[in-house]
Ligand binder design. Structure first.
Ligand SMILES: *[C@@H]1O[C@H](CO)[C@@H](O)[C@H](O)[C@H]1NC(C)=O
Ligand SMILES: *[C@@H]1O[C@H](CO)[C@@H](O)[C@H](O)[C@H]1NC(C)=O
Length: 428
């Protein structure tokens, strides 16, 4: 039982932002906090869920009810990758209702996934984004620990936001969340699916390293970024890395993975391997400045410094980096959960080729039919925007003119994809 105390009511302007209204609502157990706020006329909720009291490990969440006010709207969880990157990047740069512009101002996102879905963004694992942990032993070093903390958070969340506890639930994530998404879905499944999980979506996700580290050379060569001689050099590095993974030598796996990308970067004069149309890196300054301003922290009830990606979290997860979650994906797909994998055309780091190879090897009863199924042309507003391979509950979608972060590059088409996937609407 919660009593709502009106602790704080602040109006202020920050640059070009609209006024914020803050209402704090703290539970007596201190296991969680809830702040209701208004940001640029959008109501949101945020706070911390203590997932391990011994370690003082706290996951930060922010929750946005569906803009169409449908009480039965499916709830989507969004998880960023890294490892160690904040899911608020996805909120404010990709699919959330408000996007941070390069000048630091907020812009309403007409293609937000929030139009018809409630979205829960969690800074995961502890130590990422605004999430924090006091005892260093609380940092996670495996997908099993990650999903234990995250599952605790989800159970607390749905026990507090009870009106959402019977809605359909989907887990979405990007990049290294290709590990997190199957790991949390598997834990939910294993515990009798008490959260009404219907399916999951993984964008440019790293889930199964052996096939996925095998295509840096081929992708770069086929797009003309490297020549045949350079291709042979990269292939040798890939073969070394594959051997290490087969021998379960986890310690230097991340370094060697990054070494391949550095080599490609050198050959290409610094290509952005998240989007080969770019040479410059993404600018994280505006969002970093925004989320570290005291006024925004007060609004969101955040009490940690924010960085887009935590090297600390990444260091603790280094030994997890090259481990595969394919066995979990196998079980989830065989069990009938809807699975959406999508790949941006211009993403090198987790490219379409590697993901296709991994998906083709998923061990389920539809495997051969999957391989034999014809890919179809996906049109949105009469324009070809991608290609869809589907058999039963498994989808792999190629997104035209997108890099690693499809919702940022192709917001309208990515929203169309998510809507069709959730509503079981055909793509042609
Ligand atoms: C808290 O974290 C420690 C260290 O990882 C772990 O041994 C323990 O099981 C965790 N407790 C809970 C309740 O998850
Ligand atoms: C595929 O799944 C079946 C059924 O779960 C299992 O018996 C078999 O060992 C799996 N094969 C591989 C290669 O994982």
């Amino acid at each position: 039982m919660l009593k709502i105390f009106l602790i704080l009511l602040i109006f202020f302007s920050l640059g070009s932002l609209h006024p914020f209204v803050v209402i704090n609502d703290l539970s007596p157990e201190e296991i969680w906090t809830k702040t209701e706020f208004v940001m640029s006329e959008h109501v949101g909720y945020s706070g911390y869920i203590n997932v391990n009291q011994t370690m003082d490990a706290n996951l930060f969440y922010t929750f946005w009810e569906s803009l169409d006010e449908n009480p039965n709207a499916p709830v989507l969880l969004w998880l960023q990758g890294g490892p160690g990157c904040s899911s608020l990047w996805g909120l404010f740069k990709e699919n959330g209702p408000l996007l941070i512009q390069s000048d630091g101002s907020l812009l309403t996102n007409p293609w937000t996934w929030n139009n018809n879905y409630a979205i829960l963004y969690i800074d995961n694992p502890v130590g990422a984004g605004y999430s924090y942990v006091t005892n260093p032993k609380g940092y996670v070093t495996s997908e099993s620990q990650m999903s234990q903390d995250l599952y605790t958070a989800l159970k607390v969340f749905f026990s507090k936001y009870t009106k959402y506890s019977t809605n359909d639930f989907y887990v979405f994530g990007e990049s290294y969340a290709g590990k997190y998404v199957p790991a949390i879905c598997y834990r939910i499944h294993e515990d009798g699916n008490q959260l009404n999980l219907k399916g999951f979506g993984i964008g440019d996700g790293f889930s199964d390293p052996i096939p996925q580290v095998n295509y840096f050379a081929d992708y770069s060569y086929s797009t003309g970024l490297i020549d045949e001689k350079e291709r042979i050099d990269i292939k040798l590095l890939e073969a070394d890395l594959k051997l290490q993974i087969e021998n379960q030598e986890w310690d230097n796996c991340l370094e060697n993975f990054l070494q391949i990308l550095h080599q490609i970067s050198e050959f290409t004069g610094g290509i952005n391997y998240y989007d080969i149309r770019r040479y410059q890196p993404y600018d994280s300054q505006p969002i970093t400045k925004f989320l570290n301003s005291q006024s925004v922290k007060d609004t969101l009830g955040a009490n940690a410094d924010w960085e887009d990606c935590s090297t600390n979290v990444q260091d603790y997860l280094k030994i997890d980096f090259c481990k595969s979650v394919k066995p979990l994906v196998d079980v989830l797909i065989q069990s009938g959960y809807k699975a959406l994998f999508y790949s941006g055309q211009f993403d090198l780091i987790v490219n379409y080729m590697g993901s296709s190879d991994f998906i083709e090897q998923i061990n389920w009863s539809g495997k051969q039919n999957w391989i034999d199924s014809d890919r179809i042309v996906w049109k949105n507003n009469d324009e070809v925007v991608g290609y869809v391979k589907n058999y039963q509950n498994l989808f792999h979608i190629f997104i035209n003119k997108a890099g690693h972060m499809s919702p940022m590059d192709q917001p309208q088409n990515t929203l169309d994809m998510v809507s069709r996937f959730i509503n079981n609407k055909p793509f042609s």
